[in-house]
Ligand binder design. Sequence first.
Ligand code: NAD
Length: 375
Amino acid sequence: MSIVRIGVVGAGSVAQRGILPHLSQSDLSDRLALTAICDPAPGRADAAAEKFGIPQQFTDYDDFLANANVDLVILATPIGMHYAQGRAAILAGKHVHFNKTMTTTSAEATDLINLAAERGVKIVASPGEMNRPHNQAIRKMIQSGAIGDLCWAVCGASFGRYHENEEFRQGNDPLSNIDPSWYYRKPGGGPLYDMTVYALHGLTGILGSAKRVTAMSGVRMPMREFRGQMVPCDADDNTLILIDFGNNVFAMAYGTPAGSISEGFSGSYFGTKGQIVGLKLNGELFDYPGSDQADSHPHGRWAGNQWILPHVTTAHQQIDEHHVYEDIMQLVDWVRTGTPAVASAEHARHVIEIIEAGLRAAETGQTQILTTSFS
Ligand SMILES: NC(=O)c1ccc[n+]([C@@H]2O[C@H](COP(=O)([O-])OP(=O)(O)OC[C@H]3O[C@@H](n4cnc5c(N)ncnc54)[C@H](O)[C@@H]3O)[C@@H](O)[C@H]2O)c1
């Protein structure tokens, strides 16, 4: 397949800020065509199609699957919809890119993995944190004993008021009046599925599959304010998970309303002879392929790390959500050339199991043995 025809489902914040601007760049016309958009919100699909020059618009997902000229579906919808929508797309013979998080349970992830294999389609699950050279470098340093015997690690993220404040939620037209309430509701809401998922992809990409988890969790903010309205929140927003990697190596992952003890989504790793905290080994910045280029970013090395993802060439450096674009392009390559993507559904399933088992451990008070792994 020389040109992969792509349909985007959900024309919300991430689609408008990242996916649609990236995929409508002219440098991609030898590989892909953005052919369809689907969103049920009144006027949103039409407005996005006009803004980004997309030929087909749909307001109904079944209609989209039946009638859109697409080979590959990008799901940019609320997390709780991904399983059913992904399943339907696979059954319709489409390759699927799942924005994080792919599903909310590992059983759902297994079902999608099996179904995709049965139907001969490819699925990629963001976030591909192991595409990042600094995470690969941390893995190598730990494996080579740079910090001695690893003892423990910590990673995580906090909601803050990030989603309430996103640019595309502040206006009154169909492209800017996007409601973030689903981020605070079950299924799929809460900082674990939305943000800690990045940190857990990094942690497990670096340390490998985990064995057991236990946790404490609950709802700390039962209401949030968005544009003068109070939004009820029932998804756990304050969770601390303890993770056992075997051989008495432990980690803690947090997903909380506020506060952070890690840099970005990156973890901190503590060993008998040293530590890796963020991008520093024993207090000094460490090098990795592309770190010089990352340093040339006007906002520094963390921001510059977005520029050194393999597909983020000049035209794409100035567009947001670089990592989402990277994962999508790896799926496009996989479809066209047979080179598998880094962001595997099996890795995503293991992370989903850690989250799911963490929530179950908190509810039951019982440590949970993990059953999935990835390589
Ligand atoms: N916002 C971010 O910063 C960000 C960054 C990276 C990844 N993501 C991921 O991208 C996905 C979407 O997040 P978002 O922030 O853009 O959400 P959003 O709420 O801004 O947009 C979701 C869109 O999906 C549409 N939608 C709802 N039901 C639908 C259906 N049945 N069919 C088609 N469209 C439907 C909504 O109308 C809305 O336009 C999530 O998986 C999220 O985790 C978000």
